[in-house]
Write a protein that binds this ligand. Structure first.
Ligand code: CA
Length: 434
């Protein structure tokens, strides 16, 4: 990955519909100078705190504050070492704070970190906050969930349909803070190609949205629109948890060969083979002429030369393309996507989005949410046209905008009901969803 590659990113953290506070934290620190980039790279972090009241919030906040601070000061020679030490340092700081105050005892947080640097994409994580990569038409989970479910599945002690599954789903086996030492898992560095998209997220997103759905949204939409649609979807499916997402898109290479990061296998020039053939036939032709002129010895020499050139020509045609030196896949230290799904938009998903929009619109009308209907109308016309033309990215973008507009109205309506309730007014029904 090169300094010239402009990185686009979006961040969004949402409290959800059921929680009293948002215990997730996130942080992005982009290098302002190439010198820092060369040495460290851009850093992106999502942390999901746990513990009662403000405790989880404090733990996740401490993680996203401490990790970059330590990382950019590191004197470690190797980037993975610097990153690992930074996460371990955050663990120590959270543990110390937890043991100083009884109210903060055993506070903890997950964390997932992405460092984008000249070496590629490097990840560190503890807990079940995840990192995904969306490349071409697939989404890959690059991190292993430190959860009881995943650990038991790895040991073959849990099957996909186990009744026990719902019990262990949200139990995490590793986090920052509760213990003085923690095992930090590193993945990568993975090579970065232009247009690769990375997603870091808390389990509020992955609890209710499938990998394939996440893949389609991240693949088709610009990072900011994708982040909004993902959070809206999480809330539409219950919003039972806080949801935090960071989407990072690696830019195209301006003024450079876009394939520079992954050199195409070099083929030997066919022109060279043709030249050998031409010379071979020239020798044979020359030999024939010499033979008729009576120069038998010279003709024999020309024939032998012609045959040799013919052999060279045939061999040069058959030669295999050279293997690219230092192939990028080989450079991958630890390439192991844990789960893979297709990120190609499906008809079902598109009609599902259209259905969601329609139902929201119905509710908005029935409950009189405050909506900018003129803007909404224009968006819907554009969405319908895109659906008719089967342009998935445009249709998804317009439907995403319409859903966002309606969800903004929904949140406003919810807030209004809450204020009325707090003021002691009776509120008809409970349409707020919680
Ligand atoms: Ca969570």
């Amino acid at each position: 990955m090169l300094w010239d590659q402009k990185v686009r990113y979006a961040t969004l953290s949402d409290i959800g519909l059921r929680r009293r506070n948002n215990q997730d934290s996130f942080c992005v620190q982009m290098c302002s100078e190439q010198e820092i980039w060369d040495k460290f790279g851009h850093i992106f972090i999502v942390a999901d705190g746990m513990g009662g009241h403000a405790v989880g919030e404090l733990a996740s906040k401490m993680a996203v504050d401490t990790i970059p601070l330590t990382f950019f000061k590191s004197r470690a020679e190797l980037l993975p070492v610097a990153l690992k030490e930074a996460v371990e340092h955050a663990n120590g700081a959270i543990y110390k704070r937890g043991s100083e105050n009884r109210d903060f005892n055993r506070m903890g947080t997950t964390c997932v970190v992405l460092v984008l640097s000249p070496k590629g994409a490097l990840f560190a994580h503890v807990g079940d906050s995840r990192a995904y990569r969306v490349r071409a038409d697939r989404i890959e989970q690059l991190t292993f969930d430190h959860s009881l479910q995943w650990e038991l599945e790895r040991q073959g002690r849990l099957k996909k349909n186990d009744v026990f599954l719902s019990e262990v789903k949200h139990v995490i086996t590793r986090s920052l803070g509760p213990e003085p030492a923690v095992e930090v898992e590193l993945d990568g560095p993975f090579p970065v190609l232009p247009n690769d998209r990375f997603l870091l997220c808390s389990d509020g997103l992955t609890g209710n949205i499938s990998d394939a759905e996440i893949g389609m949204i991240v693949r088709e939409l610009p990072p900011d629109e994708a982040a909004r649609l993902l959070v809206n979807m999480a809330n539409l499916r219950g919003g039972s948890d806080n949801t935090t997402v960071i989407i990072v898109q690696a830019g195209e290479l301006t003024g450079c060969n876009p394939d520079e990061e992954r050199p195409a296998p070099k083929r030997r020039s066919r022109g060279l083979s043709l030249l050998w053939f031409f010379l071979a036939f020239a020798c044979v032709g020359g030999g024939a002429a010499l033979y008729y002129e009576g120069f038998a010895a010279l003709a024999f020499g020309a024939f032998v030369g012609g045959i040799l050139l013919l052999v060279i020509a045939l061999l040069s045609l058959r030669s295999k393309p050279e293997a690219p030196e230092d192939d990028e896949e080989d450079a991958t230290v630890d390439h192991r996507p844990y789960r893979i799904a297709s990120a190609r938009p499906t008809k079902e998903f598109m009609s599902n989005l259209a259905q969601i929009e329609l139902e929201l619109r119905k509710m908005a009308n029935e409950e009189n949410w405050t909506i900018d209907w003129a803007t909404h109308g224009k968006i819907i016309v554009a969405a319908k046209a895109a659906l008719d033309r089967r342009v998935a990215s445009l249709a998804m973008s317009e439907l995403g905008k319409a859903i966002d507009l309606l969800m903004t109205g929904f949140h406003g309506h919810r807030k209004k009901l809450k204020h009325r309730r707090e003021a002691g007014e009776a509120v008809d029904g409970d349409s707020s969803g919680g």
